[in-house]
Write a protein that binds this ligand. Sequence first.
Ligand SMILES: [Cu+2]
Length: 164
Amino acid sequence: MKSPILTFVAAAVLAVSTPSFAAGSAADNVTAGDPYVRLAPPGQMVTGAFLVLKNNDDKDHKVVKADSSASKVTELHTHTMEGGMMKMRQVKDIEIKAKGETALKPGGLHIMLIDLKQPLKEGENVAISVTFEDGSSKKIDAQVRKPQAAMAMPMDQDHKGMKH
Ligand SMILES: [Cu+2]
């Protein structure tokens, strides 16, 4: 009587562990690594969210929209140099090339959280959802980190077990 159960378990494990190479949605093919939100200084109700988007698909994908329950307005932004000044501007989408990755990081691309509904606390998770060009979307839990911690953490996490 136990073999059907074992077969079922084995099949379930196989189904979970077998990578799907079928053409799925953009959300199925793009992973979000090391998401975090920068802790804003007291009184500042605007901050940025950062992460690394990795595209495992053999075609390009784009993030066309971001939303967060923590802010009234959420926009896709980048930084550009204008007349020697670093300025932020809104972008209509963020591209992730086929088999490539796009890093959203301080000084570059980011998700802008504007008009925070309440001050963020260090260590709490902010729910962010990103929507792709095909309408699929992905929910991301981004932890709130202090800026100095945010600088140190990616080194610790991304380079774990790697020799550089
Ligand atoms: Cu911004």
